[in-house]
Design a protein. Sequence first.
Length: 117
Amino acid sequence: MVSRAGTSRLGCLIPLLILALGAYLALDFGEAYFRYYQFKDAMGQEARFSMDKTDAQITARLSALADTLQLPPGAELITIQRSPTIITISSDYDEVIRLPMKKEKVLHFHPSALSRL
């Protein structure tokens, strides 16, 4: 066989391994951000329709959603602030993403929603 210039024995194995590692990491980060956006969207919905609900009802619904989404501890601690014209709903939590070689990345999320009453 004639050797062609620019080719190697590994071919495209290295780029495929890099692509697979990138997809593996993107999956974990993507799931964390997807859950954050779902939780934030639910907060916005609760804020928009909060006229006929008590703070306890809103907190119970959002805490149940945090449990359903399997958010880390702390996400179920909901803060609700009402004024005569505005309601603000917020929470704070940290999500830990496990990386290769026993490393971890901590993502801090602060979902919040504001609505006029």
